[in-house]
Design a protein around this ligand. Structure first.
Ligand SMILES: C[S@@+](CC[C@H](N)C(=O)[O-])C[C@H]1O[C@@H](n2cnc3c(N)ncnc32)[C@H](O)[C@@H]1O
Length: 651
């Protein structure tokens, strides 16, 4: 191999390129071909320079008279595919190719490549079972197969023998491009109009042809470019190197000192293991740039209408439809939850994702759309605090299917090849990131459970107002502590329908959700008797979010007062029968059961709506010594939650 690299270096220098004398092309089993420093290299040293005339991309095909079929293929093949086929033509005729010294040094088609495009063996694919990369690789393979058929058909129509253009050679060309190319930014002209494409003229010299690309669509100007020699160094996520794009040449400069004998790394960018595996065929354990993908489902059509004005980027330019790719977010590993770390944790999540989830939540609550300019600030230091536990839950719920798929996948105990080893690193890191996110966000949500020093089943009293997820017994206990008479009315009135005054019996009989709805309505009716109460504060907080129910002086056609300010129709309306029965049982007209505000609409639009929007299932201990059980909890946020400082050490 070293003879080939000597040839490459000589060719590079003869054509105006440069490699620093302290940089050596080396090869060993662990690192493959790479750069090594033969002597100390100082920061700001130019390591290599490659003129644009040596680059290989689809632009060369556009000026190459030796391949007229590809030269005129632009209307039939996409630019990426022209590049793949052009590389194949050069490889097949490498003895005559201008790039022969380069082609001789590339990994050959029979190399065992490790990108998923080469996972032909079911034992290899088993390692990708349940992962995003598995689906992405299937999608890519489909596209590449289509490319291959299209290219072969084009050559065949031009009378070219297509037998040598095998699927394996095509996969090789794809892999060379995905694992070694640079972006076309490296050769983009400053005026972005005339791009230089090079070919060898009749006296053997490289000659530039200027191509007017001013009418080309943007996607034709974004293509991969191979730069001989610049593609030798391996990737390290901590390496500091400068890619310098001067007119007519591309240089790599060292920013760090490299000691004699050390490997000289390139930095391919902040890439996660999914991207590394798909494009390059390797992964890095503990990769700090690793992430899991979360793709938001398209919001409802009505919300899309509101969003379009503020975020046109989430919609396709051509069709105006929702663009799921743009609503795909990378979520990184979250730190172990620890005291006071919550602000930091939220800052690590993608702000645009939090913002979209906020709009979705508000839409589900029938709260009018409002554009939030600084979402993170709104969440951490503004009125948006109330949404965070719900957003935490939405993120966990969105990621849960991914986690379950990874956990349920079956694959052999130990990887037995390089492909399997890299796939194992990828799937392990996906699992670990997903687990870190669910653990941190669940801990955040659960930290809104409150434990009084004295009794674990009370929600905080006046002196200790906190946001809290309460289960029914806690909320009713608080009602009892603050409005004892009304508590009696509540229980005795309910008995008329539930045939019990025991909460646990009522819950066991299936009344839990209904009791919550009626309790929330009762809280609204009685809260003004004690404005300082926690109940009062919670009701005012709900009212600020969902609108204050204002009751009109007129009645609807059934004689019930109509509620102004809310127009959402809820299904739940049979609870008025419970109220009627309670009225019969509790004859005292001062009882809140006889309040004129009770109506089907009121029950639905206040208690029903709050329960729908503010409740979730959570593992809680109903009694101190009991095991945890899944219970319905409702987020009761007092009007002035002193701060978003959830309490650690939940019950
Ligand atoms: C631009 S080439 C670098 C030269 C390559 N080592 C070779 O032998 O030809 C990129 C390829 O090098 C390998 N590579 C680069 N960085 C790596 C790393 N940190 N760990 C493992 N493989 C790496 C992968 O096979 C990748 O597709």
């Amino acid at each position: 191999m070293s003879a080939q690299f000597d040839g490459l270096l000589q060719w590079l220098c003869e054509n105006g390129g440069y490699l620093h004398p302290n940089v050596q092309v080396a090869a060993d089993e662990d690192n493959g071909v790479h750069w090594r420093a033969t002597a100390n290299i100082q920061p700001d040293t130019t390591l290599s320079v490659v003129p644009h005339s040596l680059a290989l991309s689809y632009l060369n095909a556009l000026v190459d008279d030796a391949h007229p079929a590809l030269k005129s293929a632009k209307k039939k093949l996409c630019v990426e595919n022209i590049g793949f086929f052009y590389l194949m033509t050069q490889y097949l005729a490498r003895e005559k190719s201008f790039w022969k010294p380069y082609l001789d040094t590339l990994p050959q088609p029979d190399t065992g490549f490790t990108t998923p495009l080469w996972f032909d063996d079911p034992d290899d694919t088993a390692w990708l079972d349940g992962t995003d990369v598995y689906h992405s690789s299937l999608g890519r393979r489909k596209v590449y197969e289509r490319y291959w058929h299209e290219g072969v058909a084009l050559l065949s129509q031009a009378g070219i023998d297509t037998e040598p253009y095998t699927w394996d050679l095509f996969r090789w060309a794809i892999t060379i491009f995905t694992s070694r190319s640079f972006s076309s930014r490296a050769i983009a002209p400053q005026d972005s109009k005339y791009w230089a494409a090079y070919k060898t003229n009749s006296d053997g010299r490289r000659q530039a042809f200027l191509l007017d690309m001013s009418h080309s669509p943007a996607e034709d100007l974004d293509f991969p470019v191979l730069f001989p020699m610049q593609d030798v160094p391996n990737h390290h996520h901590n390496a500091h190197v400068d890619w310098v794009f001067d007119p007519g040449r591309f240089s790599i400069n060292a920013s760090d000192n490299v000691e004699a004998g050390g490997q000289i790394w390139n930095n391919y960018g902040a890439k996660g293991n999914d991207e590394l595996l798909l494009g390059y065929g390797f992964c890095i354990a503990d990769n700090p740039n690793d992430s899991v993908m979360l793709t938001l489902k398209p919001p409802s059509a009505a919300l899309q209408r509101d969003l379009r004005a503020y975020h046109p980027g989430y919609f396709r330019e051509d069709t105006g439809d929702w663009n799921g790719e743009k609503a795909t977010f990378k979520i990184h590993q979250l730190p172990e939850p620890s005291d006071g770390q919550w602000v930091g944790m939220w800052s690590l999540l993608p702000e645009p994702l939090l913002e979209l989830m906020l709009y979705i939540l508000r839409f589900e609550r029938d709260v009018p759309f409002k554009f939030i300019e600084h979402p993170l600030q709104f969440f951490l230091h503004g009125d948006g605090k109330r949404y965070l536990p719900h957003i935490a839950r939405m993120i966990v719920q969105s990621l849960m299917p991914k986690l379950q798929k990874l956990q349920n996948a079956s694959f052999p105990a130990e990887p037995s090849s390089a492909r399997q080893r890299y796939a194992a690193i990828y799937r392990d890191s996906q699992l670990s990131i997903l687990q870190s996110i669910t653990v941190a966000l669940r801990a955040f949500t659960r930290s809104f459970r409150y434990v009084t020093p004295q009794a674990s089943s009370y929600i905080p009293g006046k002196a200790e107002r906190k946001c809290v997820f309460a289960f029914l017994e806690e909320a009713i206990t608080n009602f009892y502590l603050e409005f004892e008479d009304d508590f009696q009315e509540l229980i005795l009135g309910l008995e008329a329908s539930t045939n019990s005054i025991e909460l646990d019996v009522m819950i066991a009989a299936g009344w839990e959700e209904d009791l919550w709805v009626l309790l929330l309505c009762a809280m609204l009716i009685v809260h003004e008797k004690d404005k300082e109460s926690l109940t009062g504060s919670v009701v005012r907080s709900f009212a600020s979010e969902y609108g204050v129910p204002r009751f009109s002086p007129t009645s609807d056609e059934n004689g019930a007062p109509t509620i102004l300010g809310v127009d959402h129709e809820e299904e739940r309306n049979d609870l008025m029968q419970v109220v009627e029965k309670a009225r019969e049982r509790r004859a005292n007209k001062k009882s809140f059961w006889h309040d004129g505000r009770w109506s089907e609409r009121f029950i639905a639009q206040w208690g029903g709506r709050i329960l729908r929007c503010e409740s979730t299932m959570m593992m809680v201990k109903v009694e101190e010594d009991a095991d945890e059980e899944a219970r319905l909890v409702v987020y009761l946020q007092p009007e002035e939650a002193p701060h978003l400082q959830p309490i650690l050490h939940p019950i």
